[in-house]
Design a binder for this molecule. Structure first.
Ligand code: URA
Length: 230
């Protein structure tokens, strides 16, 4: 005959081994859908959105920490950047590094990229002379810049010069008028407007060059409040 059920026995719950909850995975910059700067970079290597890929050595994508609070945007890679495949490693990059240091900003905390990812140049004998990207090239490449910014979600974007400003605002606005100002991008991210370091390299007059460099350092120092304290 079946034993009458003991109500206490019936209520006894199966013993569960409680596991410690797993710590959250370290942030690698990869989103749940697999999108990451590294994946974007790989995609950009096959970019044919405009013709600039035809003559450039390689795509020069942005680089920096995947959670960088500040994104610096230049114009396009130069000769050296094209050879090495890294942004701002030539003369303009060295000047940028010096000025960032003087402004008390650690470049390694920033993500550095360009509005246009291929070097545009004019061949003069053995030399490759920088040539300005046109509006169509900037607009086509803005797709990559927007994708980088969407992934990074920076607290601040710094436009270095008119090409970056055009790419980020989607229209021509006066660099001279807004230089040193904090604007907002189309998506509402604070945007600091300043000159391109190559502009400083082109100034012949020593005093003028010194004053322009000082003003650039003052602009860059505004980045400090968007970076973690040291
Ligand atoms: N000028 C730019 O705008 N970007 C670079 O990477 C180098 C020079």
């Amino acid at each position: 005959m079946r034993r009458a059920a003991d109500p206490q026995e019936e209520q006894a719950m199966p013993v569960k081994t409680l596991r410690k909850p797993k710590p959250p995975p370290a942030f690698t910059g990869e989103r749940a859908d697999g999108a990451s700067i590294a994946a974007l970079h790989r995609q950009a290597e096959d970019c044919e959105r405009c013709d600039l890929y035809k003559h450039a050595t390689q795509v020069v994508f942005g680089e920096g920490p995947p959670h960088a609070p500040v994104v610096l945007v230049g114009e396009q890679p130069g000769d050296r950047e094209d050879e090495l495949g890294r942004p701002f490693v030539g003369p303009a990059g060295r000047l940028l590094d010096e000025c960032l240091r003087e402004a008390g900003v650690d470049r390694s905390l920033c993500y550095v990229t360009n509005a246009v990812k291929h070097f545009k140049f004019e061949q003069r004998g053995k030399r490759r002379l920088h040539s300005r990207p046109n509006a169509g090239e900037i607009q086509r490449c803005a797709w990559w810049l927007a994708a980088e910014i969407e992934l990074l979600e920076p607290k601040l974007i710094v436009a270095l010069g008119a090409t970056a400003l055009y790419a980020l605002m989607g229209r021509s606005i006066g660099l001279t008028k807004y230089r040193g100002h904090l604007l907002k991008t189309m998506n509402g991210t604070p945007l600091l407007v300043t000159v391109h370091p190559s502009y400083l390299l082109r100034i012949r007059d020593r005093d003028e060059a010194q004053a322009a460099r000082q003003a650039f350092v003052v602009d860059l120092a505004r980045m400090q409040s968007f970076l973690p304290p040291e």
